[in-house]
Unconditional design. Structure first.
Lengths: 99, 419
């Protein structure tokens, strides 16, 4: 079980959280102007990264808030968590943030 | 190498001579510079596709490239359940094609895959379950797939260990039974296809990782860069399960896939006690008994994407909660081991057996948590698609473009769980 550091509540066990999939996928600003290929990309295509993956989690049995995490999908180690809306931390900074 | 045929007489003869004289079942091949077709991924689906390319489509120079060892991925990690009781016509046709091929696969391959159509019983625990199960039964019958409704007493008669008392948290209100469903010996499927493909001249190359894909001036696939050198091929089929996204990215192809860990576990072996396969989608547990006597137990994926081939213990605990409620006599059994595989899941939980935007490059993936049951059918259709450069009518709906065009085959919604 993962130990996940909610930016608002601190470290809590994984069972308090719901997974929210790949992070930083913005809803299109002008949906009416998208063609089918762009909609497909938005709705269905995911990076499925093998390595450091930016993803959403929700502390559903805690504060209820969404936040983002950087996790290495080859080890499941969580390298950083950060508030929704903040940019993805770069890897150099991430190493310093990691416990 | 001369291929030894298996028969009762051969077994007796070897048995009397101390089981000496059995030959290796396939060659340890080294990569040749060029092939007519290359399959990336040496699981059951990939080995089977190579076999059918050689057997039914006359391709004489075929190779299977496997990064690890054959059958070491999801083929060797699943709970071996075989069934075809899917809701939609496209899925029923696809999975029933496979079930029909399972029925004589041991004879076709001259290798005992131990297919055992002992019946797959899917439990209903709520009024909604009952309605959905009956809808599935009617849809299956319209599509020529056997499926029948059992009242709780009938379900217990078919599976005596089942607890049908009404004082449990999710009482059994009935069950849908597919009698033609069952199990098979998962490793034997990989070995049987490997042996049969090898006998037709297919090179099975283990410890060979694909590291790059080269295209010609027209954009068509031309060669693979591998950890064992450059291999030329004008037809490449990727059948790499959880690693498919990673391999296809080498050719610049993005797919609607996410890779999740899926766990399973087995108990200590006991005498025959469990006559069939029981599944519960609602409280989320699958169980059958292997011929070795272990109870084989599985459930849903972990919550997050991962390539680690392991998962968290609370997923198994949740599964065992359900098993212990349905089968209270198993509460004192000890679990022997658990493990994980990486499964590639599509948004609609239906697979892709398809051409890709790159000419000569084909993909067979997205089998999610239920690919084993489809192994022979999937392999057969993928070989057809590669050999003819067009899909067989059965796999024609299972394209990548269905997500763009809105023709989803939404078994995810039909089952309401991973399956």
């Amino acid at each position: 079980m993962l130990l996940i550091a909610c930016p608002y509540c601190g470290e809590r066990p994984e069972i308090e959280f719901a997974y929210g999939g790949q992070a930083h996928i913005a809803r299109p600003a002008r949906p009416a102007e998208l063609d089918d290929a762009a909609w497909t990309e938005f709705l269905y295509m995911r990076d499925n990264t093998k390595g450091v993956h930016a993803e959403r989690w929700r502390h559903s049995h805690g504060c209820g808030r969404f936040f983002n995490a950087l996790r290495d999908t080859t080890t499941d180690r969580i390298l950083a968590t950060y508030e929704t809306g903040k940019p993805r931390p770069d890897l150099g900074a991430t190493r310093e943030l990691a416990p | 190498m001369s291929r030894q045929r298996f028969s009762a007489l051969a077994l007796l003869r070897r048995g009397l001579s101390g089981h000496r004289g059995w030959l290796p079942q396939w060659r340890k091949a080294s990569p040749q510079p060029a092939y007519d077709a290359v399959i990336v991924g040496g699981g059951g689906h990939g080995l089977g596709a190579a076999y059918y390319l050689a057997k039914e489509h006359g391709l004489s120079r075929v190779a299977v490239l496997e990064k690890g060892w054959i059958g070491g991925g999801n083929t060797g990690r699943n709970t071996t359940i075989i069934r075809s009781n899917y809701l939609f016509a496209e899925s029923a046709a696809l999975y029933d094609h496979a079930v029909k091929m399972w029925e004589d696969l041991s004879q076709v391959l001259n290798y005992n895959v131990m297919f055992s159509p002992r019946g797959v019983m899917m439990l209903a625990h709520t009024v909604h379950d009952v309605q959905v199960s009956k809808r599935h039964i009617h849809a299956n019958r319209c599509n020529g797939v056997d499926n029948e409704w059992l009242e709780p007493e009938e379900a217990r008669a078919f599976c005596p260990p089942l607890n049908i008392s009404d004082n449990i948290r999710y009482p059994v209100l009935g069950a849908a039974l597919q009698r033609r469903g069952g199990t098979a010996r998962h490793d034997a499927v990989a070995w049987g296809y490997a042996r049969a493909a090898d006998a037709l001249g297919v090179d099975i190359i283990e410890n060979c990782e694909v590291t790059g894909m080269l295209k010609d001036a027209s954009g068509a696939i031309e060669a693979l860069e591998t950890s064992r050198g450059l291999i030329r091929a004008r037809k490449v089929g990727v059948s790499a399960a959880g690693s498919t996204s990673v391999v296809m990215r080498l050719a610049g192809v993005r797919l609607p896939l996410e890779s999740y860990p899926l766990q399973a576990l087995v108990s200590e072996p006991v005498k025959p006690i469990f006559p069939c396969v029981v599944m519960s989608n609602t409280i989320h547990a699958y169980i059958s008994q292997s011929d070795k006597g272990e109870l084989v137990i599985g459930a849903g994926t972990d919550a997050y994407t991962s390539y680690t081939q392991r998962g968290a213990l609370h997923i198994n605990t949740h599964t065992l909660d359900a098993i212990c409620e349905l089968f209270p006599q198993f509460r004192r059994l000890r679990m022997l081991r658990n493990w994980g595989g990486v499964v590639d899941v599509t948004p609609d939980r239906s697979p892709l057996i398809a051409k890709t935007p790159v000419p000569g490059l084909y993909v067979n993936c997205g089998w999610g948590t239920g690919g084993f049951k489809a192994t022979p059918g999937s392999a057969h259709l993928f070989a057809w698609t590669m050999a003819r450069d067009e899909p067989h009518p059965i796999n024609a709906p299972f394209t990548i473009e269905r997500f763009r065009d809105g023709y989803l085959i939404d078994e995810a919604a039909a089952a309401a769980v991973a399956h």
